[in-house]
Design a protein around this ligand. Structure first.
Ligand SMILES: [Fe+2]
Ligand SMILES: [Fe+2]
Length: 467
């Protein structure tokens, strides 16, 4: 029972973000008595009171780039990305860190809050101005935004993060167009992928870090972008030209396009699929070839895209699906995509109710498939790319500290940079980044990895550290 309540309140979190974002937006264009403001106040009141009833207290807090509802991080929803980003911006502008509803609210309470917000926009000290006006409220409390330490790498990180999210929403858009039968052409996708290629070339590890964060809604679109990024990065290690990397990025992005024809009930089924459902799922390579061939303008790129969509589950030894009587070997791009696809699917939890595997464990499983399912030579390059300890792996150090792999170091793949998250007694600490290449005065390494640890046991939220 308690669990149900928990799920319920979290499902309302996005709703709360949307309604607040709408309120913040409407008060900036309309007068407080305007019907749009009044109706947005009413909507917000209904929702918050419902939530207060469920949880007693509803605290919406902005920490870094994320909103938390009663300490649970709210999943970024691509569909409402605009509202998420808008509300984040407004909170920051006003110096606001949290809004807590600790009792049911009336229209008058919310009108008071709305007026306070409006006045804060024209105040020199917006946060103090809001708090002063709300000080005697018996149902709404406000908190100040926490200052984050400025870090010089933050700008680049922010840029990579934005590019990643815009790639996902772009992909979602194109896939939906394809699904609805619109004739898309690959030109725009080519432009989008070309910038992804640039980012991978300049910031390989940062971009790879984005693919390590898996707890998003809309698995299919994140998966497509992840497979594209991983394939580009692998292609780069193989020395492919930029033109080839763009082609590879495109074919990888659309490898699962055939899944758009799989009914949503099957695609998003939270429990294991039945045999019949698997049969339908296994049609996606054939359906993929058909949707690609329906795209506008048939050229080399569309043909390559169709080929990979068709071949990516055939396996290196051609014993996968679809089964062909006289199959030729898998194309190079298909073999690359198979590897990235396997890795991303295994380390994600949203596929067919499977639990996510730790990245290093996924690599071990993949090594067992070298020569059968996966191309053994390409796999070697892949292991070199993601490292023996891929980004996001939780590791125990010889100092007894606990760390998360932050990025890999080309010179020595067993000595990545690590975010220290717990001290030698296991206490959570304010995390900081160290390089395992660091040595002490005796020329010995300060820290080394002794083993990997199952991150799921520690309730660690990777996104919090890597974004
Ligand atoms: Fe697939
Ligand atoms: Fe896939």
């Amino acid at each position: 029972m308690e669990n149900n309540v928990c799920i319920d309140i979290n499902s309302k979190a996005t709703d709360l973000i949307n309604k607040l974002a709408v309120l913040f937006r409407t008060v900036q264009i309309h007068d407080i008595n305007n019907v749009a403001v009044v109706s947005s106040v009413n909507n917000l009141m209904e929702l918050t009171n419902e939530m207060v009833e469920m949880e007693d207290q509803v605290e919406l807090e902005l920490r870094g780039d994320y909103f938390y509802l009663n300490d649970n991080r709210i999943k970024y929803s691509m569909k409402f990305l605009f509202n998420f980003e808008h509300l984040t911006k407004e909170f920051r502008l006003l110096g606001l860190g949290s809004i807590t509803f600790f009792n049911k609210v009336s229209v008058a309470d919310l009108t008071l809050l709305t007026e306070a917000i409006v006045r804060a926009y024209s105040s020199n000290e917006p946060y103090n101005s809001i708090v002063d006006e709300m000080i005697s409220s018996d149902c709404i409390r406000l908190g100040k935004i926490l200052e984050f330490v400025e870090d010089e790498s933050l700008d680049i990180k922010e840029m990579v993060r934005k590019k990643y999210f815009s790639a996902v929403s772009f992909t979602q858009g194109v896939m939906k167009q394809i699904k609805s039968g619109e004739k898309v052409n690959l030109k725009k996708s080519k432009r989008m992928v070309a910038t992804l290629v640039d980012h991978v070339m300049e910031q390989e590890q940062l971009v790879l870090g984005m693919t390590a964060i898996k707890d998003f809604d809309e698995y299919t679109f994140h998966h497509s972008v992840n497979v594209s990024i991983l394939s580009i990065a692998l292609g780069q290690r193989l020395g492919l030209s930029k033109k080839a990397l763009v082609q590879l990025g495109i074919v990888a992005l659309f490898h699962d396009v055939g899944k758009m024809d799989v009914p949503d009930e099957i695609l998003n089924k939270p429990v294991s699929l039945t045999d019949d459902e698997w049969k339908i799922m296994h049609m996606h390579p054939e359906w993929g070839i058909l949707s690609v061939l329906k795209m506008r303008g048939l050229d080399d790129l569309t043909i390559l895209t169709a080929l990979t969509a068709f071949e990516h589950h055939m396996n290196y030894d051609l014993k996968g699906y679809p089964q062909m009587r006289n199959a030729l070997n898998q194309d190079l791009y298909s073999r690359i995509v198979s590897i990235s696809d396997n890795y991303d699917a295994m380390t994600s939890s949203r596929v067919y109710s499977r639990t996510a595997m730790a990245p290093d464990e996924a690599l071990r499983v993949m090594m067992d498939k070298a020569g059968s399912r996966l191309d053994p030579l390409l796999l070697k390059f892949f292991v070199n790319l993601v490292g023996v300890y891929p980004i996001g792996t939780m590791v125990m150090l010889d100092t007894n500290e606990l760390g998360l792999v932050y990025d890999n170091n080309k010179q020595s793949i067993s000595r990545p940079r690590v975010i220290i998250i717990a001290d030698n007694k296991g206490n959570r600490i304010n995390e900081y980044i160290v390089s395992l290449m660091e040595k002490n005065a005796e020329d010995a390494y300060k820290r080394s990895i002794i083993k990997t640890v199952d991150a799921s046991k520690y309730k660690i939220n990777l996104a919090e550290f890597l974004l």
